[in-house]
Design a protein around this ligand. Structure first.
Ligand SMILES: Nc1ncnc2c1ncn2[C@@H]1O[C@H](COP(=O)(O)OP(=O)(O)OP(=O)(O)O)[C@@H](O)[C@H]1O
Ligand SMILES: O=C(O)c1ccc[n+]([C@@H]2O[C@H](COP(=O)([O-])O)[C@@H](O)[C@H]2O)c1
Length: 220
């Protein structure tokens, strides 16, 4: 079985990022004993409308602000990889980082509609999926087609944390004190958020630093 650092991946629109992202990430990191976590700021969720979506640069900035001083790496690497569908991103990441083991992190709202993602079963075969309970979505997640398929592949968080044997597909359910925060809530309170951040990025923001922050260089 492959050994190596375990990297958690939290993919998201981060439109904008919020402290709920930070909190669930730190909880998941501790519960699973992850060596590191990357936030993959998506160039565009294939299932979400473009309207109301701030530019990638603004969303990366908000992610960097929300993760400040936390052991979280913010990256828009999908833009560099030229991938938009998660199944393609994961394959490209595994090729680029052959010594790392990856775990996909997501909230239960995403598990509820996971069956709508391109090649979702293949995604689940690529790496374990850790689902974080989210207020208002747990019922839909439990009743979802993805859950019906994954329920026989449950894995305890301790198995990862204690570096036991595991293989994908694997569903890890994480229950913390649920965090009600959401980007929808922030945009509701500030309906102009995306529009206010639609301008060009600051002059000193080099494209390269937008793609990744230098910590995610390919494995040798
Ligand atoms: N409070 C939360 N509890 C659990 N998971 C969360 C929470 N907030 C975000 N997530 C998860 O983080 C990932 C990225 O989320 P995203 O950037 O879409 O934020 P969001 O708050 O869900 O946004 P929106 O309200 O616009 O859908 C997703 O997997 C989502 O399920
Ligand atoms: O690959 C897909 O078909 C797919 C469909 C919907 C969402 N995703 C990914 O799911 C992650 C969470 O997206 P979001 O917008 O809910 O934060 C993000 O990495 C998206 O690229 C991926």
């Amino acid at each position: 079985m492959k050994r190596g650092p375990i990297t958690g991946l939290l993919g998201g629109s981060f439109n904008p990022a919020h402290l709920g992202h930070r909190r669930i990430t730190l909880f998941a990191q501790a519960a699973l004993g992850l060596d590191e976590v990357w936030w993959l700021v998506s160039p565009g969720n294939p299932l979400k409308p473009k309207k109301g979506m701030a530019p990638l640069s603004a969303r990366v900035r908000s992610a960097k602000a929300a993760s400040r001083r936390a052991p979280i790496k913010v990256t828009a690497i999908e833009r560099e990889l030229g991938t938009r569908y998660t199944v393609d991103t994961l394959r490209a990441l595994k090729r680029r980082y052959p010594h790392r083991r990856f775990v996909w992190l997501m909230g239960s709202d995403n598990l509820a509609q996971f069956h709508r993602w391109r090649n979702w079963r293949q995604i689940a075969r690529e790496m374990p999926i850790a689902v974080i309970a989210r207020p208002g979505y747990d019922h839909a997640a439990v009743a979802s087609p993805a859950m019906a398929w994954l329920r026989d592949h449950r894995l305890s968080p301790a198995r990862l944390r204690n570096r036991g044997e595991w293989s994908a597909p694997a569903l890890i359910e994480l229950r913390f004190d649920p965090d009600p925060r959401s980007a929808t809530q922030i945009r509701r309170a500030d309906p102009d958020w995306a529009e206010d951040h639609a301008g060009p990025p600051p002059r000193d923001e080099v494209t390269h630093s937008l793609i990744h922050d230098g910590h995610t260089g390919a494995d040798a």
